[in-house]
Design a binder for this molecule. Structure first.
Ligand code: BDR
Ligand code: CA
Length: 311
């Protein structure tokens, strides 16, 4: 299996990304780090531990990451994903404790000691990864590829120009996009095509377990949030796309383009500026996912959820 690290801010779609990363036979999940975003980092950390527990997944350490962006303080939104980042639901409490001390050094040591390059998946703001790349520049040699959910080719969701994960910490995103580590991105343009709708919810409901009841509850909240905020009749399953890109890159249509991050702009702050037509002469630095084989994705996604359900 491919060795992977998952940095996330659970968060309802991050939760599904954790289930996929932890159960895919194609991956070995080395650890999870958390960041502020969909909720405060204390919550996203607690949620990660609870999600592993409720899915019966053992032996994965959770590292508490940054509570602030690099230079702009705290941004976390507590409304879209509910009061605790998980639809306000009380998830089953895990007895596992998170790692809180010397976190970056510990993550670096895990990644460095594998004897094989790892895939770093990020489904939240890029603060933790930017810090790792800055204080341990040699970490690049141990990373095969970074796969992120973030950015957009066209429109944003936090502002008309910026997608949430990039907007949360544009300075961090800039460090990651300039790092010269192989980088792949699943932008909004792609993830908006991967839809949780009432059919998907019914399928999960049919598992009839405590696990599935809880997943259905937070997905229903997610559907409601998208209805209220964007008038969508579905909820895009953003974050699992970045995990699936590592599992099955052949399932994606991609292009290799230059992407830079805007960090100083009145209207376009946090925008991922994609050089679609190659007009800038800047070197490509990012594999952008434009399309996904939905059938394969959903088949593997449902297998992952069924696996968690068995645990
Ligand atoms: C991203 O923002 C978060 O709310 C989701 O978890 C996802 O990572 C989509 O813009
Ligand atoms: Ca996320």
């Amino acid at each position: 299996p491919k060795l992977v690290w998952l940095d996330c801010d659970p968060g309802t779609d991050d939760a599904i990304a954790i289930f996929l990363a932890a159960t895919s036979p194609k991956l070995k999940l080395l650890g999870i780090s958390t960041v502020q975003g969909n909720t405060h980092v204390e919550n996203s950390t607690k949620n990660a531990l609870s999600l592993l527990y409720m899915a019966g997944i053992q032996g994965i350490n959770v590292y508490r990451g940054q509570e602030n962006s690099l230079t702009r303080g705290k941004f976390c939104t507590d409304d879209f994903h509910g009061s605790n980042g998980m639809a306000g639901i009380t998830l089953p409490a895990s007895s596992q404790k998170e790692i809180r001390d010397d976190v970056f050094n510990k993550i670096y040591e895990v990644i460095k000691s594998q004897g094989k390059k790892i895939y770093f998946i990020a489904t939240g703001a890029l603060t933790n990864l930017a810090i790792l790349l800055t204080i341990y520049p040699d970490i690049k040699q141990y990373i095969e590829q970074i796969s992120i959910m973030g950015g957009s080719i066209t429109l944003g969701n936090s502002t008309p120009a910026a997608e949430f994960n990039i907007y949360m910490d544009p300075e961090a995103a800039r460090i990651v996009f300039n790092a010269q580590v192989p980088l792949a991105m699943c932008p909004l343009d792609l993830t908006l095509k991967v839809k949780v709708d009432s059919n998907v919810v019914s399928k999960i409901q049919s598992f009839k377990s405590k696990f599935s009841e809880c997943v259905v509850q937070f997905l229903q909240f997610f559907l409601q949030s998208y209805k209220q905020n964007y008038d969508f009749d579905y909820a895009p399953l953003h974050d699992p796309c970045a995990v699936y890109y590592v599992i099955n890159p052949e399932a994606f249509k991609t292009k290799y383009k230059n992407v830079v991050i805007e960090t100083k702009s009145e209207y376009c702050d946090g925008r991922t500026v994609v050089d679609e037509y190659g007009t800038t002469g800047r070197q490509p630095n990012c594999t952008i996912c434009y399309d996904i084989n939905q059938e394969q994705f959903w088949s593997d996604m449902m297998t992952a959820l069924a696996q968690c359900n068995k645990n």
